[in-house]
Design a protein around this ligand. Structure first.
Ligand code: ZN
Length: 342
Protein backbone atom coordinates (compact mmCIF):
# COMPACT_ATOMS: atom_id res chain seq x y z
CA UNK A 1 0.00 0.00 0.00
CA UNK A 2 1.35 3.43 -0.94
CA UNK A 3 -0.68 6.56 -0.23
CA UNK A 4 1.88 8.75 -1.91
CA UNK A 5 0.87 7.74 -5.44
CA UNK A 6 1.31 11.21 -7.02
CA UNK A 7 4.99 11.24 -6.28
CA UNK A 8 6.92 9.81 -9.22
CA UNK A 9 10.35 10.26 -7.63
CA UNK A 10 10.09 9.01 -4.12
CA UNK A 11 12.85 9.67 -1.66
CA UNK A 12 14.80 6.40 -1.75
CA UNK A 13 15.04 6.15 2.00
CA UNK A 14 11.26 6.41 2.29
CA UNK A 15 10.73 4.18 -0.69
CA UNK A 16 12.74 1.31 0.72
CA UNK A 17 10.39 0.71 3.61
CA UNK A 18 7.29 2.38 2.26
CA UNK A 19 5.00 -0.29 3.69
CA UNK A 20 6.31 0.34 7.18
CA UNK A 21 6.27 4.11 7.07
CA UNK A 22 2.83 4.39 5.54
CA UNK A 23 1.20 1.83 7.79
CA UNK A 24 2.69 2.97 11.07
CA UNK A 25 1.39 6.55 11.43
CA UNK A 26 -2.24 5.66 10.68
CA UNK A 27 -3.11 4.85 14.32
CA UNK A 28 -0.61 7.25 15.85
CA UNK A 29 -2.27 10.28 14.24
CA UNK A 30 -5.21 10.13 16.62
CA UNK A 31 -5.02 13.31 18.69
CA UNK A 32 -5.97 13.04 22.33
CA UNK A 33 -7.61 16.45 22.19
CA UNK A 34 -10.05 15.22 19.54
CA UNK A 35 -11.03 12.17 21.54
CA UNK A 36 -11.06 13.21 25.17
CA UNK A 37 -14.76 14.07 24.95
CA UNK A 38 -15.43 10.33 24.54
CA UNK A 39 -14.68 9.80 28.22
CA UNK A 40 -16.29 12.91 29.62
CA UNK A 41 -17.88 12.21 32.98
CA UNK A 42 -15.97 8.95 33.54
CA UNK A 43 -13.98 8.49 36.75
CA UNK A 44 -10.54 6.90 36.77
CA UNK A 45 -8.31 5.37 39.43
CA UNK A 46 -4.60 5.06 38.66
CA UNK A 47 -3.28 2.29 40.94
CA UNK A 48 0.40 2.90 40.09
CA UNK A 49 1.96 6.33 39.59
CA UNK A 50 4.97 8.06 41.16
CA UNK A 51 3.74 11.58 41.78
CA UNK A 52 6.83 12.80 43.66
CA UNK A 53 8.45 12.85 40.21
CA UNK A 54 5.61 14.71 38.51
CA UNK A 55 4.65 18.34 38.15
CA UNK A 56 1.62 20.40 39.10
CA UNK A 57 0.73 20.49 35.38
CA UNK A 58 0.39 16.72 35.54
CA UNK A 59 -1.89 16.92 38.56
CA UNK A 60 -4.09 19.49 36.82
CA UNK A 61 -4.26 17.50 33.59
CA UNK A 62 -5.05 14.29 35.47
CA UNK A 63 -7.83 15.95 37.41
CA UNK A 64 -9.31 17.43 34.24
CA UNK A 65 -9.19 14.03 32.54
CA UNK A 66 -11.24 12.42 35.32
CA UNK A 67 -8.61 10.81 37.55
CA UNK A 68 -10.09 11.02 41.03
CA UNK A 69 -7.73 8.78 43.00
CA UNK A 70 -4.31 7.18 42.70
CA UNK A 71 -1.85 4.88 44.42
CA UNK A 72 1.80 5.83 44.69
CA UNK A 73 3.97 2.75 45.31
CA UNK A 74 7.23 3.21 47.21
CA UNK A 75 10.02 2.64 44.73
CA UNK A 76 13.55 3.47 43.72
CA UNK A 77 14.26 7.11 42.93
CA UNK A 78 16.55 6.71 39.91
CA UNK A 79 19.77 6.53 41.89
CA UNK A 80 20.63 4.49 44.96
CA UNK A 81 19.86 6.01 48.33
CA UNK A 82 22.93 6.28 50.52
CA UNK A 83 21.37 6.14 53.96
CA UNK A 84 18.36 5.32 56.07
CA UNK A 85 17.32 8.97 56.40
CA UNK A 86 16.60 9.16 52.67
CA UNK A 87 14.18 6.25 53.03
CA UNK A 88 12.54 7.85 56.06
CA UNK A 89 12.04 11.18 54.30
CA UNK A 90 10.69 9.45 51.21
CA UNK A 91 8.22 7.30 53.16
CA UNK A 92 7.14 10.36 55.15
CA UNK A 93 6.47 12.30 51.96
CA UNK A 94 4.27 9.48 50.62
CA UNK A 95 1.96 9.71 53.62
CA UNK A 96 2.53 13.43 54.16
CA UNK A 97 3.37 16.18 51.73
CA UNK A 98 2.61 14.29 48.49
CA UNK A 99 -0.71 13.13 49.84
CA UNK A 100 -1.55 16.74 50.72
CA UNK A 101 -0.28 18.07 47.37
CA UNK A 102 -2.51 15.60 45.53
CA UNK A 103 -5.54 16.60 47.59
CA UNK A 104 -4.93 20.20 46.53
CA UNK A 105 -5.57 19.12 42.95
CA UNK A 106 -8.73 17.22 43.79
CA UNK A 107 -7.16 13.75 43.64
CA UNK A 108 -7.28 11.29 46.54
CA UNK A 109 -3.80 9.91 47.20
CA UNK A 110 -2.98 6.47 48.57
CA UNK A 111 0.34 4.69 48.67
CA UNK A 112 1.96 1.30 49.14
CA UNK A 113 5.05 0.93 51.31
CA UNK A 114 7.98 -1.36 50.73
CA UNK A 115 11.62 -1.83 49.94
CA UNK A 116 12.11 -1.89 46.17
CA UNK A 117 13.95 -4.84 44.67
CA UNK A 118 16.94 -2.88 43.39
CA UNK A 119 17.81 -1.51 46.77
CA UNK A 120 17.27 -4.89 48.40
CA UNK A 121 20.71 -5.63 46.97
CA UNK A 122 22.34 -3.21 49.41
CA UNK A 123 21.92 -5.60 52.31
CA UNK A 124 23.33 -3.51 55.18
CA UNK A 125 20.92 -0.69 54.29
CA UNK A 126 18.06 -3.09 53.48
CA UNK A 127 18.32 -4.50 57.00
CA UNK A 128 17.81 -1.03 58.47
CA UNK A 129 14.92 -0.28 56.11
CA UNK A 130 13.14 -3.46 57.18
CA UNK A 131 13.37 -2.27 60.78
CA UNK A 132 11.63 1.05 60.10
CA UNK A 133 8.99 -0.17 57.61
CA UNK A 134 6.53 -1.29 60.32
CA UNK A 135 6.42 2.35 61.46
CA UNK A 136 4.94 3.36 58.11
CA UNK A 137 2.72 0.55 56.87
CA UNK A 138 -0.03 1.23 59.40
CA UNK A 139 -0.35 4.91 58.52
CA UNK A 140 -3.55 6.32 57.05
CA UNK A 141 -3.75 5.94 53.27
CA UNK A 142 -1.36 2.97 53.05
CA UNK A 143 -3.23 0.38 50.97
CA UNK A 144 -0.57 -2.28 50.52
CA UNK A 145 3.01 -3.45 50.66
CA UNK A 146 4.66 -2.54 47.37
CA UNK A 147 6.15 -2.34 44.93
CA UNK A 148 8.19 -5.38 45.79
CA UNK A 149 9.49 -8.44 43.98
CA UNK A 150 12.36 -9.00 41.59
CA UNK A 151 14.62 -6.84 39.48
CA UNK A 152 17.75 -8.86 38.68
CA UNK A 153 16.38 -11.91 40.49
CA UNK A 154 19.29 -12.09 42.95
CA UNK A 155 19.33 -14.06 46.24
CA UNK A 156 19.18 -10.77 48.20
CA UNK A 157 16.09 -9.70 46.29
CA UNK A 158 14.44 -13.01 47.11
CA UNK A 159 15.36 -12.73 50.77
CA UNK A 160 13.74 -9.30 51.20
CA UNK A 161 10.79 -10.14 48.99
CA UNK A 162 9.99 -13.02 51.34
CA UNK A 163 10.38 -10.80 54.42
CA UNK A 164 8.11 -8.17 52.86
CA UNK A 165 5.46 -10.80 52.06
CA UNK A 166 5.49 -11.80 55.72
CA UNK A 167 5.14 -8.14 56.68
CA UNK A 168 2.11 -7.78 54.39
CA UNK A 169 0.61 -10.93 55.88
CA UNK A 170 0.98 -9.75 59.44
CA UNK A 171 -0.42 -6.29 58.61
CA UNK A 172 -3.29 -7.79 56.54
CA UNK A 173 -2.40 -5.65 53.56
CA UNK A 174 -2.54 -6.41 49.83
CA UNK A 175 0.76 -6.94 47.99
CA UNK A 176 1.78 -5.03 44.87
CA UNK A 177 4.37 -6.95 42.88
CA UNK A 178 6.77 -5.32 40.46
CA UNK A 179 7.74 -7.88 37.83
CA UNK A 180 11.19 -7.58 36.22
CA UNK A 181 11.78 -6.14 32.78
CA UNK A 182 14.45 -8.71 32.00
CA UNK A 183 13.40 -12.35 32.00
CA UNK A 184 9.86 -11.27 32.81
CA UNK A 185 8.10 -14.57 32.34
CA UNK A 186 10.42 -16.40 34.71
CA UNK A 187 10.40 -13.54 37.23
CA UNK A 188 6.61 -13.38 37.23
CA UNK A 189 6.21 -17.12 37.75
CA UNK A 190 8.79 -17.07 40.53
CA UNK A 191 7.12 -14.11 42.26
CA UNK A 192 3.75 -15.86 42.27
CA UNK A 193 5.17 -19.20 43.40
CA UNK A 194 6.90 -17.57 46.36
CA UNK A 195 3.76 -15.64 47.37
CA UNK A 196 1.80 -18.90 47.35
CA UNK A 197 4.56 -20.61 49.31
CA UNK A 198 4.07 -17.97 52.02
CA UNK A 199 0.39 -18.85 52.19
CA UNK A 200 -0.79 -15.57 50.70
CA UNK A 201 -4.22 -15.62 49.07
CA UNK A 202 -3.71 -14.64 45.40
CA UNK A 203 -6.79 -12.41 45.58
CA UNK A 204 -4.67 -10.20 47.84
CA UNK A 205 -1.85 -9.88 45.33
CA UNK A 206 -1.65 -7.46 42.41
CA UNK A 207 0.95 -8.59 39.88
CA UNK A 208 2.10 -5.56 37.94
CA UNK A 209 3.69 -4.80 34.55
CA UNK A 210 2.07 -7.76 32.80
CA UNK A 211 2.15 -8.39 29.08
CA UNK A 212 0.59 -10.87 26.65
CA UNK A 213 3.12 -13.46 27.73
CA UNK A 214 2.33 -13.38 31.44
CA UNK A 215 -1.37 -12.50 31.72
CA UNK A 216 -2.91 -15.92 31.25
CA UNK A 217 -0.91 -17.60 33.98
CA UNK A 218 -1.49 -14.70 36.41
CA UNK A 219 -5.26 -14.82 35.92
CA UNK A 220 -5.41 -18.63 35.95
CA UNK A 221 -3.69 -18.68 39.34
CA UNK A 222 -6.22 -16.21 40.80
CA UNK A 223 -3.96 -13.13 41.06
CA UNK A 224 -4.87 -9.62 39.87
CA UNK A 225 -3.18 -8.67 36.61
CA UNK A 226 -2.13 -5.03 36.31
CA UNK A 227 -0.85 -3.55 33.07
CA UNK A 228 1.40 -0.55 32.75
CA UNK A 229 0.82 1.56 29.66
CA UNK A 230 4.26 2.88 28.87
CA UNK A 231 5.54 4.57 25.75
CA UNK A 232 8.19 2.49 23.90
CA UNK A 233 8.52 -0.31 26.46
CA UNK A 234 6.09 -2.52 28.37
CA UNK A 235 2.59 -2.19 26.84
CA UNK A 236 1.15 0.27 24.37
CA UNK A 237 -2.56 0.96 24.82
CA UNK A 238 -3.55 -0.63 21.51
CA UNK A 239 -2.11 -3.89 22.80
CA UNK A 240 -4.03 -3.27 26.04
CA UNK A 241 -7.31 -3.01 24.15
CA UNK A 242 -6.58 -6.40 22.59
CA UNK A 243 -5.83 -7.97 25.98
CA UNK A 244 -9.19 -6.76 27.33
CA UNK A 245 -10.96 -7.99 24.20
CA UNK A 246 -9.42 -11.39 24.76
CA UNK A 247 -9.66 -11.78 28.55
CA UNK A 248 -12.53 -9.50 29.56
CA UNK A 249 -12.43 -7.17 32.56
CA UNK A 250 -12.20 -9.61 35.45
CA UNK A 251 -9.15 -8.99 37.74
CA UNK A 252 -7.48 -6.81 35.10
CA UNK A 253 -6.46 -3.21 35.77
CA UNK A 254 -4.60 -0.52 33.88
CA UNK A 255 -2.03 1.91 35.27
CA UNK A 256 0.42 4.53 34.04
CA UNK A 257 3.41 3.87 36.34
CA UNK A 258 4.41 7.39 35.34
CA UNK A 259 7.65 8.37 37.06
CA UNK A 260 10.80 10.41 36.35
CA UNK A 261 11.28 8.72 32.96
CA UNK A 262 9.37 9.22 29.71
CA UNK A 263 5.90 8.17 30.72
CA UNK A 264 2.34 9.43 30.51
CA UNK A 265 0.23 10.35 33.55
CA UNK A 266 -2.85 10.35 31.27
CA UNK A 267 -2.29 6.77 30.17
CA UNK A 268 -5.54 5.58 31.79
CA UNK A 269 -7.97 8.17 30.36
CA UNK A 270 -6.29 7.80 26.95
CA UNK A 271 -6.64 4.02 27.08
CA UNK A 272 -10.28 4.38 28.12
CA UNK A 273 -10.93 6.65 25.13
CA UNK A 274 -9.25 4.16 22.83
CA UNK A 275 -11.31 1.31 24.28
CA UNK A 276 -14.44 3.35 23.72
CA UNK A 277 -13.43 3.97 20.08
CA UNK A 278 -12.86 0.25 19.60
CA UNK A 279 -16.31 -0.60 20.91
CA UNK A 280 -15.42 -2.00 24.35
CA UNK A 281 -18.52 -1.72 26.59
CA UNK A 282 -18.59 1.09 29.17
CA UNK A 283 -18.88 -1.32 32.10
CA UNK A 284 -15.75 -3.18 30.98
CA UNK A 285 -13.86 0.10 30.71
CA UNK A 286 -15.07 1.11 34.17
CA UNK A 287 -13.85 -2.17 35.66
CA UNK A 288 -10.32 -2.04 34.24
CA UNK A 289 -9.75 1.70 34.73
CA UNK A 290 -11.48 2.18 38.07
CA UNK A 291 -13.42 -0.45 39.96
CA UNK A 292 -10.98 -3.38 39.96
CA UNK A 293 -8.25 -1.26 41.55
CA UNK A 294 -10.68 -0.26 44.30
CA UNK A 295 -11.75 -3.86 44.86
CA UNK A 296 -8.16 -5.14 45.03
CA UNK A 297 -6.56 -2.45 47.18
CA UNK A 298 -9.77 -1.84 49.14
CA UNK A 299 -9.01 -5.05 51.04
CA UNK A 300 -6.69 -2.84 53.11
CA UNK A 301 -9.78 -1.22 54.62
CA UNK A 302 -8.27 2.16 53.73
CA UNK A 303 -10.35 3.10 50.69
CA UNK A 304 -13.65 4.91 51.22
CA UNK A 305 -15.08 5.75 47.80
CA UNK A 306 -17.18 8.58 49.19
CA UNK A 307 -13.86 10.43 49.57
CA UNK A 308 -13.58 10.75 45.80
CA UNK A 309 -16.97 9.88 44.34
CA UNK A 310 -18.63 12.97 45.71
CA UNK A 311 -17.39 16.28 44.34
CA UNK A 312 -15.73 18.33 46.97
CA UNK A 313 -14.46 21.87 46.93
CA UNK A 314 -10.69 22.22 46.90
CA UNK A 315 -9.45 24.67 49.49
CA UNK A 316 -6.13 26.09 48.31
CA UNK A 317 -5.62 27.96 51.52
CA UNK A 318 -5.16 24.66 53.35
CA UNK A 319 -1.72 23.99 54.72
CA UNK A 320 0.36 20.96 55.54
CA UNK A 321 2.66 21.60 58.52
CA UNK A 322 2.40 25.31 57.75
CA UNK A 323 3.14 25.00 54.01
CA UNK A 324 0.74 25.34 51.11
CA UNK A 325 1.19 24.68 47.37
CA UNK A 326 0.78 28.40 46.67
CA UNK A 327 3.55 30.96 46.44
CA UNK A 328 2.90 34.18 48.41
CA UNK A 329 -0.62 35.42 47.69
CA UNK A 330 -0.93 33.25 44.55
CA UNK A 331 -4.20 31.77 43.30
CA UNK A 332 -3.91 28.71 41.07
CA UNK A 333 -5.20 29.46 37.59
CA UNK A 334 -7.59 26.82 36.30
CA UNK A 335 -7.33 28.27 32.74
CA UNK A 336 -4.59 25.93 31.60
CA UNK A 337 -5.36 26.44 27.91
CA UNK A 338 -5.10 30.23 28.06
CA UNK A 339 -2.14 31.93 26.38
CA UNK A 340 -2.17 34.66 28.99
CA UNK A 341 -0.62 33.62 32.28
CA UNK A 342 -1.91 35.55 35.24
ZN1 ZN B 1 6.56 1.84 39.77
Amino acid sequence: MCLNNNDTTPNPSHFEDSEETVAAPAHRDIAWNDYKDLIKGMRFFDPHIHMVSRTTDDYQAMHQAGIVALIEPAFWVGQPRTGLSSFKDYYSSLVGWERFRSSQFGIKHYCTMGLNSREANNEPLAEQVMEILPLYIYKEGVVGVGEIGFDDQTPAEEKYYRLLLELAKSAKLPVQIHTPHRDKKKGTERSMAIALEHGIDPSWVIVDHNNEETVKSVLDKGFWAAFTIYPFTKMGNERMVKVVEQYGPERIMVNSAADWGISDPLAIPKTAALMKMRGIPDETIRMVTYQNAINAFGKSGQIDVTDFESDYAIDHTEKFHGNSILRGGQQPSPAKDSLVIN
